[in-house]
Design a protein around this ligand. Structure first.
Ligand code: AKB
Length: 315
């Protein structure tokens, strides 16, 4: 991985991944792309190109122009938006993925795309969900993620494309908001705690979901892409995890830093139904054994860092 084209670079993961990769591999070796332009450092402090992932020709042209050896395909609609606009989600999530895979095949590129805990469903074992298990999701996002995992396996088996991926849990960060996900409450709560000292959770008490702090997620991507391919048995769908909590527990963690913080509930039935269909916790043994995955942030360590960083960001 020396020269990398990234789609969806202004999204929650891309906004930080681009900066990390520019640091690791050099500014001229990371080509960030997105469908829109902003004043983010992703756009202003390195190579940036406008790209709609539905435009295969433009994606191919950019891969050739910059002579990249890796593509990281991040552009996708998250679970709640996909549930509101299922046909758009199918077209964008699957169409964008197949375009990126085709570019990887045509130009012989290493390939990364994230799957998600959304690839599991209500019939999946809920606790310590195994790496290889039942995957019958009941959401459009989940259908896209399972199909995506299989498609990436297919491109590896059939065409020899070096495809790799992880099943991310909810990702928490202070840089860019996620937008349209079910786990977004665990980001919003920190912003509201800092700004207003209170938060109304749309996820019900007692609902456990897996989560990870962004620095661990970014490191996982780099480590997986750098891993020895001969060691990888589960190329495209490694379970990874750092913590699992319910809303009361994240609120209790915030109270240790902001003692007056208060939380109440106004449950959103759509996102609650999605959350109910996802695991409580995940088993990441395969990722640990096959490429040395490890997470460094637990809930309290993440809370301290989030609130510290938001203090600087929000003033
Ligand atoms: C979402 O909530 O949709 C995402 C995910 C877990 O994939 N954060």
């Amino acid at each position: 991985m020396k020269k990398i084209l990234i789609t969806g670079a202004l999204g929650q993961i891309g906004s930080e991944l681009v900066l990390k990769l520019r640091e690791e591999y050099g500014k001229d070796n990371v080509i960030a792309t997105d469908i829109r332009e902003t004043d983010s450092p992703v756009v202003t402090e390195g190579i940036f190109e406008l790209l709609n992932v539905m435009d295969y020709e433009k994606m191919l042209e950019l891969a050739k122009k910059y002579e990249v050896d890796t593509i990281m395909h991040l552009a996708a609609l998250l679970s709640a938006t996909a549930e509101a606009k299922p046909l758009l989600a199918w077209n964008l999530n699957m169409g964008g993925l197949v375009n990126a895979l085709e570019v990887a095949r045509e130009c012989n590129l290493q390939f990364f795309t994230p799957s998600s805990i959304g690839a599991f469903g209500p019939s999946t074992p809920k606790d310590q969900t195994p790496q290889d298990t039942i995957q019958r999701p009941t959401t459009m996002y989940g259908v896209n993620k399972v199909a995506g995992e299989l498609l990436c396996d297919y491109y590896y088996e059939k065409f020899g494309v070096d495809t790799r991926g992880v099943r991310f849990p909810g990702l928490i960060s202070y840089v860019a908001p996620p937008g349209g996900g079910t786990t977004d409450y665990a980001v919003e709560i920190y912003y509201e705690a800092w700004k207003n000292g209170r938060y109304t959770s749309y996820i019900a008490e007692g609902t456990y979901m897996d989560m990870m702090y962004m620095p661990d997620a970014l490191q996982a991507i780099v480590d997986l892409m750098e891993a020895d391919p001969t060691k990888l048995k589960h190329r495209n769908a490694f379970n990874v995890t750092a913590m699992s909590f319910e809303p009361e527990q994240i609120a209790a963690s915030i109270k240790k830093v902001i003692p007056g913080f208060e939380m109440d509930y106004h449950v959103d039935p759509v996102r609650q139904t999605i959350a109910n269909s996802w695991p409580n916790s995940i088993d990441a043994t395969a990722a640990k054994e096959e490429w040395g995955f490890h997470a460094t942030y637990d809930l309290d360590k993440m809370t301290e860092d989030m609130l510290e960083k938001l203090k600087v960001k929000l003033g």
